[in-house]
Design a protein around this ligand. Structure first.
Ligand code: ADP
Ligand code: MG
Length: 716
């Protein structure tokens, strides 16, 4: 058999015929209904006689891609005379559809038994490279676009998930008396196509549409393989930053120089004023020098004059001056630059783009790491390197953020502190002209200070490497990703269905899931998930105890949990027996959710404080629970009694670490009383709880972290 790829290339084609496509795939062991080319009616009959009736004839022409659209598919031909007549009809149909081109012949193949139609495909994405698609065939894919994606190469677990990701999966399993199909066979097929694609980087697209799935086995009855254009740019994946040590120096500097800071605030110098190592200014403008020296910073007129090694250079000069600063920095052998200066490629202006290219060229020549440009640089809690002078400067910390947006870099750091996260580093990526999200992730993956990673990203610069790093790091450290900018670019003209369905959003979501990261869609969600991760032991299940101190909310609470896919199990009979003895059920309930207001005597008239301990003990001893969400009233019709609150929190604290030992998320509703809310909230944050302003947000955060831990457990 001639090599179908070589044949197509020789003829200057990228689209392989059905016969060529199936030959190629069959040689990789992929189940297809083998098709043979016949150039005449007589030859078609000869082949049909040999393979046995009934057969199918399909048009083969370089100009006809969708064969049945032009009347080019003849099914269920039972004898020679029918084959002859079908050949004639196809020839006439082809002439009408593509009058100028010649038909190469027809494919002849066995008529396969009807099965459930699915589509298995592969396309090449500019960001992520080869990706696989799975969907239900026929109108489900046309109309509902019910498809799922995974990045090549797939592992068995990815194949398992891709078929279960589609909404119509129940149909494959069998429902309402309909027999299911051989899902294992479909998973195998997906894996085989993934392997084939990985072994053939020159293959850009594949459509197996449809695949017939049976109760036993599956077979592709149509196949279309598309090669990459010969001169298609090879998608470049950078190897990563060779000089890790240099990036380490930039992110953990022993010396800092600010170039070009300006009044009235001299923000870059002022922000770093607590930095313990040498901090110098370089400024040539006499007007500014006075202000800088007045504030106690030592200024030099050139970088060359600065004594000692420089680890971090913060560049705040106007853009046209940047190449001169770079030249000096290279001569001084500065470790790296955080470039606040904007006006580069992000402007989409010729001048800005050129300037950025120049900067990239200069940096790459000497392997200099550059953060940005157009960014806020870095925050380092321990060293007091900051985006603003009011940010924390302290030891410790375990959370790191990286953000494409400068304002999110600052707000995530500040708000993170507000909700009780110890943010150890934040990297503002800006234009990511030299170092990009994959480089930073690679660094944070091995960074001892970083145990949890939060990412804000709009569009990755190096999607495939980011995915690879991400997939690796999530086995050790949770990563929460907030993706901004989800608008779709218009679908391009595509040869295969798979390509037309591979939207950036669909691929991004598939990538995040496949990599085992936690996807979120807002900044609140990002912080909500982060605090649940940092401030809870690993989640081990979805069975929740929902506890409300303020009563009356039970239905809404149950709804929130239900929406997040959490369960509220019945406790054991024994637990209910014990609860019955003291629980005040007048306006309360000890079914899950627990309405405890009248029992533990929150701000209400009834109840006794000691009952809280009894309830908590019963919960800890009941094995049906995995986690709890507990609402504390922020004061109804008045401020909570601070002493009483303290006693309540002491009880909960002791229980949490002593006998409960499972995730416990706290809710304080800001609607109740503004001062009371802040009192309770800050107390809880200080005591190390993950705190949420609503059950809804707590439930959603728990859902996310539980999925992460479940996924991680299944992967290792
Ligand atoms: P195209 O996608 O180019 O229009 P297909 O080869 O997919 O053409 O054929 C159209 C339809 O004909 C398929 O969706 C399938 O239902 C049916 N079909 C194609 N080949 C076979 C076959 N060998 N056995 C049974 N049915 C087939
Ligand atoms: Mg088809």
């Amino acid at each position: 058999m001639p090599d179908p790829i070589a044949t197509a290339r020789a003829a200057g084609r990228t689209l392989l015929s059905e016969v060529e496509s199936k030959d190629l795939l069959a040689s990789a062991g992929i189940a297809v209904t083998a098709a043979r080319l016949a150039t005449s009616a007589a030859e078609a009959v000869k082949i049909a006689d040999k393979i046995g009736y009934p057969v199918v004839l399909k048009v083969i022409s370089a100009d006809i891609s969708h064969k049945s659209d032009v009347g080019g598919v003849e099914l269920n031909l039972k004898k020679a005379s029918e084959v002859k007549a079908a050949f004639k009809r196809i020839k006439a149909a082809a002439k009408e559809a593509a009058p100028k081109s010649k038909m190469d012949g027809v494919s002849v193949q066995k008529m396969a038994d009807r099965g459930t139609e699915v589509i298995i495909g592969m396309t090449t994405d500019p960001q992520f490279g080869q990706v696989m698609m799975f969907g239900l065939g026929g109108i489900m894919v046309e109309l509902m676009k019910d498809v799922a994606f995974r990045i090549v190469p797939l592992e068995p677990r990815d194949a398992h998930e891709i078929v279960r990701d589609i909404k119509g999966y129940a149909l494959l399993e069998g429902m309402r008396g309909q027999a299911g199909v051989d899902v294992d066979a479909l998973e195998r097929l997906v894996l085989q196509v993934s392997e084939f694609a990985a072994a053939h980087p020159e293959v850009a697209e594949i459509d197996l549409n449809p695949v017939f799935a049976y109760p036993d086995g599956a077979v592709a009855v149509d196949a279309r393989v598309v090669l990459a254009e010969v001169d298609a740019p090879v998608r470049e994946t950078r190897a990563g930053l060779a000089d890790r040590d240099r990036l380490h120096r930039v992110l953990n500097p022993k010396s800092v120089v600010v170039v070009g800071d300006k009044g009235p605030n001299y923000q870059w110098l002022t922000n770093q004023k607590e930095f313990p190592g040498p901090l110098y200014s370089v400024q040539i403008d006499e007007k500014e020098i006075a202000g800088i020296e007045e504030r106690g910073f030592k200024n030099f007129k050139s970088l060359a004059e600065v004594p000692g090694d420089v680890d971090l250079l913060i560049c705040a000069v106007p853009r046209q001056v940047v190449p001169y600063v770079m030249k000096d920095a290279i001569e001084k052998n500065v470790a790296g630059i955080a470039m606040f200066t904007a006006g580069f490629a992000e402007t989409a202006e010729e001048l800005g783009i050129q300037l950025q290219e120049r900067v990239v060229g200069m940096a790459n020549e000497v392997g200099m790491p550059i953060i940005g440009p157009n960014c806020m640089g870095i925050y380092n809690r321990r060293l007091g390197i900051r985006f603003s002078a009011d940010m924390e400067h302290a030891e410790g910390g375990n959370v790191s953020f990286m953000s494409q947006s400068g304002s999110h870099s600052a707000s995530l750091t500040n708000e993170g502190q507000f909700v009780g996260l110890e943010v150890t580093r934040t990297i503002s990526m800006g234009n990511a002209a030299i170092l990009n999200e994959a480089d930073y992730l690679e660094y944070l993956a091995d960074d001892e200070d970083t145990q949890y990673i939060g990412v804000y990203i709009e569009g990755p610069r190096d999607g495939r490497r980011f995915y690879q790093r991400l997939r690796d790091v999530t086995k050790r450290k949770p990563v929460v990703i907030f993706k901004g900018g989800t608008t779709e670019q218009g679908a391009s003209a595509a040869q295969t269905h798979t390509t037309s369905l591979a939207t950036p959003t669909a691929l991004w979501e598939a990538m995040v899931r496949q990599a085992g990261a936690i996807p979120v869609v807002t900044r609140e969600d990002l912080l909500d998930a982060m605090i649940a991760l940092v401030k809870s032991p690993p989640a081990t299940g979805r069975r929740m105890a929902l506890l409300a101190g303020s009563g009356g909310q039970s239905v809404a609470i149950s709804d929130s949990a239900g929406r997040a896919g959490l369960q509220m199990p019945r406790l054991s009979d024994e637990s209910y027996e014990r609860l019955k003895e003291f629980f005040n059920t007048i306006g309360g309930s000890y079914f899950n959710p627990f309405d405890m207001g009248g029992t533990i005597g929150g701000n209400s008239i009834r109840g006794s404080e000691s009952n809280l301990q009894k309830i908590l003990d019963i919960l800890a001893e009941d094995s049906v629970l995995d986690a709890a969400i507990y609402e504390i009233a922020g004061g109804l019709g008045g401020q909570p009694n601070a002493e009483r609150l303290n006693r309540q929190l002491d009880t909960i604290d002791a229980w949490r670490v002593g006998s409960w030992k499972k995730p416990l998320l706290m809710v304080v509703n800001p609607g109740s009383h503004p001062d009371g809310y802040e009192l309770v909230r800050s107390q809880l944050v200080a005591r190390g709880y993950p705190v949420y302003p609503s059950f809804e947000r707590a439930a959603r955060a728990y859902d996310r972290i539980e999925r992460y831990y479940a996924d991680r457990a299944a992967r290792v």
